[in-house]
Design a protein around this ligand. Sequence first.
Ligand code: GTP
Ligand code: MG
Length: 443
Amino acid sequence: MMFRETIYALSSGALPSAVAVIRLSGPHVREALTRIVGFVPEPRQLVLATMRNSSGEQIDRGFVSYFAAPASFTGEDAAELDSHGGKAVVAALLKELSSIAGLRPADPGEFARRAYLNGKFDLTGAEALGDLIEAETEGQRRFAVANTGGRTAALYQGWRERIIHTRAMIEAELDFADEGDIPESIGSTVLSSVTELRQEILSHIEGYSTAEILREGFQVALIGPPNAGKSSLLNALVKRDVAIVSDEPGTTRDLVVVNLDLGGMKIVLTDTAGIREGAGKVEQQGVERARHAAGSAHLVLRLQDITAPPSFGLKDEYTDEIVVLTKIDLDERVSVGDPPDPGHLAVSAKTGEGLDALLALLQERATKATGATGGFVPFRERHLVHLREAERLLGEFSAARNLGLELQAELLRGASLALGRIIGDVDVEDLLDVIFSRFCVGK
Ligand SMILES: Nc1nc2c(ncn2[C@@H]2O[C@H](COP(=O)(O)OP(=O)(O)OP(=O)(O)O)[C@@H](O)[C@H]2O)c(=O)[nH]1
Ligand SMILES: [Mg+2]
């Protein structure tokens, strides 16, 4: 696909920086290079050059590289100018580029979009690339990089081919059979292959929660009665004063959310309002939010102040919760290694006792919840929607007897289209803006 306009953007990060990378792609790249550095380097070589404005004045001296189409990231003619990362240097270069006819600044994600449209990767590959750029932890990076290799597209493409093969068998029957019924022998082969594929899709769908945890983080909610020490524990765990702490019960009203990187796993800790009955209007809203956060968390830490009587306001139970006894520095009878109940954890936000054990436990739980890191699972809600659609149509195919060959072929066609939409083989135009505009400028 050829685009008329040549795009350019600063592709490296915030300025000032040691080096800045300006990227260009499109039909006027050679012309632009000639204007700025006076020549077009050999493709794929880094060449030292003087960058000049239209009056011939030196802007900077740096490296320039040229990639001839189609052997570039975008598949078009492309180039990179590596200059010093001063704000004025970059501004002068961008200004110079803007004065060249046919050149314009790139929109967010436009380089990647062109790469996709030129078949450099499929839509899932583009999404994985987005994840890679956004990855904050080692686990996220590993997961994203595994998905950039095109394995997702290969899996869905393989499934589509199986569907197409089955459809071909049915359509061959359609051509030859007078009555609409498929012969018994072919009918059972077709049915068992559809059933088998549907099972594979179903178990693949189940893995989505893993991807969600890897990408969005393992959600941990801290709940407990007012003054249990929730905010203090949150602050101690992240080693920063993010939540307000005071001896006044009902200090925290809203959710306080912080991210933690534990051994490469992203953990999202949520501090909540103390749960109690008879709270005022604002506090009551906080209590609702606390309950909601606990309800949607992967793990709930239920805090109990060892110096306070057990709380009766906390009747809710959560599938995965751990009791954490707090303020153990105030009771010499309780120690980290010897909590009154062996299933409980004991900590002190004040002295730091027990925090390592708690962090280790969070990491262990998060790792367990994601299975083997880099698992092969759908990694976007969008994928899930189409997978469910394919699975539903295959289910309809298996369930209905005497559907008639035409209808059967139609159901298979629908399932194959649904899978094609995930990789971006069929009508995805409306999706491209959504996917690529989330990238940063210069990608
Ligand atoms: N000695 C001691 N005091 C603590 C510890 N953790 C919290 N406290 C004190 O307990 C009081 C309440 O702490 P917070 O962290 O605000 O408790 P909270 O559960 O967030 O309370 P609400 O936001 O009101 O629900 C404060 O005075 C803290 O200083 C601890 O480990 N040891
Ligand atoms: Mg609090």
